[in-house]
Design a protein around this ligand. Structure first.
Ligand code: ATP
Ligand code: MG
Length: 615
């Protein structure tokens, strides 16, 4: 069928819109209009598909919120779309309140723009590139800096037009290496992304702060437990980068905080102080010790009966200097050393002079040429060729440590800087902090919890305005580069994050602001009882009149199946209307987190619900 023909859809008026039903109702948005289940689409599953690993993915599939179309690509089903629309509405309201202006930029964007910033080549396979019928290159947007900067350089010409903050809520595509957890790490997903344009850094700081505040309002309103954590600013520098992390044990990110202060940072950024304030004195002699087959610090420590904290881990990386033709001119091999129980932090390592332009793990041949040994027994003593030695601050103060002897099946014990080997070339913070490490603000030990990144605010400076020559004219008529910030929220990821945080063995427990319907009316035996039908209809209308989105389950399901569906879907408030109850003048109310139903007198139900729903 021709596309245009396919787009002609006859409009139908659902029967609950018939005159009378909605007269006087506060319909906040058609997206959230109330529904009768028979006219909506409810599709639940007993079992989650086998590929669903975490609870939110399982529950979203079982509750019929999403349906898989391909790897990392999902249909948002009617029930799920209602949640998405609610999240979007909260975001939109708060963004508008903060002075941001909505527009909409295309999903498919010409490659030329992305070549201007160099991202067309730099971004790697995560950026989906497509060709049109003329073999011209396009990309499917993973984010919109280029498109928005192109608008700004054309439209924002004078300082009088600044500051401006443009945002859109739009489909994104990132060809993630490991799409997983349903829409939590999808390939196609919905993001709200905003971009601020300011005349100078100070004003950009105010735009940043306004977005930071708006994000707090958004996540508070959505009813989530979250933390705003300081994040790495990369080459931009400064301290204006924060991630908003929803607290959940299944989160992919580690967030570091001090329970006694407001220090919070993600693990990439959190500073690891040296655990030894000064270097101990050399007491033991350097001894080459056989450690056959023991290639990890843990195995070596166990064999030697020493604590893991006495060992040092050696990691070998390489950097390549390229000539103008892009050929490798010179390769430098680096030895990065952290204590045996510590983990290398690659983001921190990439800030070291010489490693800034990127590094790779060294090849086996390079390792052999420099150390004369295979991995597992590498160390800084007795190198075959010069190697740049970078050590963590804790390692720099260790005395009598254990390290590889550059001889297969041997390690050194009693190694000491200065005495047995030269002082390291670089001493820096290159490790992840661990639970219990001292907080950088000196306020006690650090704690770590898992989080799901749902938002990110980032000061960009003039990175994009310079690359794309986006200038405005100042008071003196002189062109100046615009100062930018970017602010993202993972709209669809938020659904998964909220479920990870709010569920039980029966299903999802939506915070009120996100629920597809706030109230479900469950009439029992509606086909047999006129009284049930009348009261269900009355309540349905009364709640709609209050602007509450309510669902009337008129499917005629058995009570058990009906309750199970709504508990799985996670509707926060349920009212059961039964013939038996009505005869006693009673209805039953149960909040999704309540252990038991509450019996409410018919005469009081409206007031009771108003109170529960805060309307
Ligand atoms: P991550 O570290 O999780 O890959 P990111 O740092 O790449 O995220 P940003 O570029 O900051 O993400 O994008 C803004 C927001 O978009 C993120 O905070 C996140 O909520 C959301 N997001 C990013 N990638 C995905 C994805 N693959 N699926 C769903 N949401 C995503
Ligand atoms: Mg991020």
């Amino acid at each position: 069928m021709h596309w245009l023909a396919a787009a002609c859809v006859t409009s139908v008026t659902p029967d609950f819109w018939t005159p009378g039903t909605l007269r006087g109702a506060i319909v906040r948005s058609l997206d959230f209009s109330s529904m009768k289940a028979s006219q909506f689409f409810v599709s639940t599953l007993k079992e989650a598909p086998a590929d669903a690993e975490i609870v939110s993915h399982k529950l979203m599939m079982r509750a019929g919120l999403i349906k898989r179309l391909g790897a990392g690509i999902y249909n948002y089903m009617p029930m799920g779309l209602r949640v998405i629309r609610k999240v979007e509405a909260v975001i939109r309201e708060e963004m508008n309140r903060a002075g941001a202006i909505e527009l909409l930029m295309p999903v498919v964007q010409p490659a030329e723009l992305w070549q201007e910033t160099g991202r067309f080549d730099k971004m790697g396979p995560e950026l989906l590139r497509v060709k049109d019928r003329h073999q011209r290159d396009f990309i499917i947007q993973p984010t919109s800096e280029e498109a928005v900067t192109d608008i700004a350089r054309q439209e924002l010409r004078s300082y009088k037009q600044l500051p401006k903050n443009f945002y859109h809520i739009q489909t994104k595509f990132r060809d993630e290496r490991r799409p997983r957890f349903g829409i939590m790490r999808g390939r196609e997903f919905t993001m709200k992304d905003a971009y601020s344009f300011d005349r100078d850094e100070e004003s950009a700081g105010r735009s940043y702060d306004a977005m930071f505040k708006a994000y707090i309002a958004i996540f508070d309103r959505l009813g989530l437990q979250y933390r705003a954590v300081a994040a790495d600013t990369g080459a931009i520098g400064g301290d204006r980068s924060h991630e908003f992390q929803v607290i959940a044990d299944t989160g992919e990110d580690a967030i570091v905080y001090c329970p006694n202060s407001d220090y919070a940072a993600n693990i990439e950024l959190a500073e690891a102080l040296p655990l030894l304030t000064e270097r101990g004195t050399a007491a033991e002699p350097l001894t080459k010790t056989p450690t056959p087959g023991k290639a990890t610090c843990a195995d070596v420590a166990e064999l030697l009966g020493l604590p893991l904290q006495r060992t040092v881990k050696s990691l070998v990386v390489a950097t390549d200097d390229l000539d103008e033709a892009g050929k490798v001119k010179k390769t430098t091999v680096w030895l990065l050393m952290v204590r045996g129980d510590h983990e290398l932090n690659e983001v921190k390592a990439s800030k070291i002079e010489g490693l800034k332009d990127g590094f790779r793990f060294a090849t086996v041949a390079e390792i052999d040429a420099h150390f004369g040994c295979k991995p597992g027994y590498l160390g800084p003593i007795g190198l075959k060729q010069p190697v740049k030695v970078v050590v963590d601050r804790t390692v720099a103060n260790m005395a009598g440590f254990v390290c590889g002897a550059n001889d297969e099946d041997f390690h050194y014990t009693g190694a000491n800087w200065g005495r047995d080997l030269p002082e390291p070339d670089v001493v820096a913070d290159i490790r992840n902090v661990m639970e219990g490490d001292p907080s950088p603000d000196g306020k006690g030990p650090l704690a770590i919890q898992r989080g799901i990144e749902v938002g990110h605010v980032f000061y960009l400076g003039t990175k994009y305005s310079k690359a794309m020559n986006a200038t405005y004219l100042d008071e003196k008529g002189k062109p100046q580069f615009m100062e930018m910030g970017c602010y993202g929220i993972g709209v669809t990821r938020l659904l998964g994050a909220a479920i990870e945080q709010n569920h039980d063995e029966r299903g999802i427990i939506w915070p009120d602001a996100m629920a597809p319907f706030r109230v479900v009316l469950c009439p029992i035996g509606m086909d047999r009882s006129e009284a049930v039908r009348v009261e269900a209809g009355r309540l349905y209308q009364a709640l709609q009149a209050q602007g509450v989105d309510v669902l009337l389950d008129d499917r005629g399901e058995r009570p058990g199946a009906m309750f199970a569906d709504w508990e799985l879907i996670g509707v926060p408030h349920r009212v059961v209307i039964s013939d038996r109850g009505l005869k006693e003048g009673k209805l039953e109310y149960q909040g999704r987190r309540d252990a038991q139903a509450t019996s409410v007198a018919l005469a009081e139900i409206d007031v009771f619900l108003k109170d529960k729903l805060g309307v």
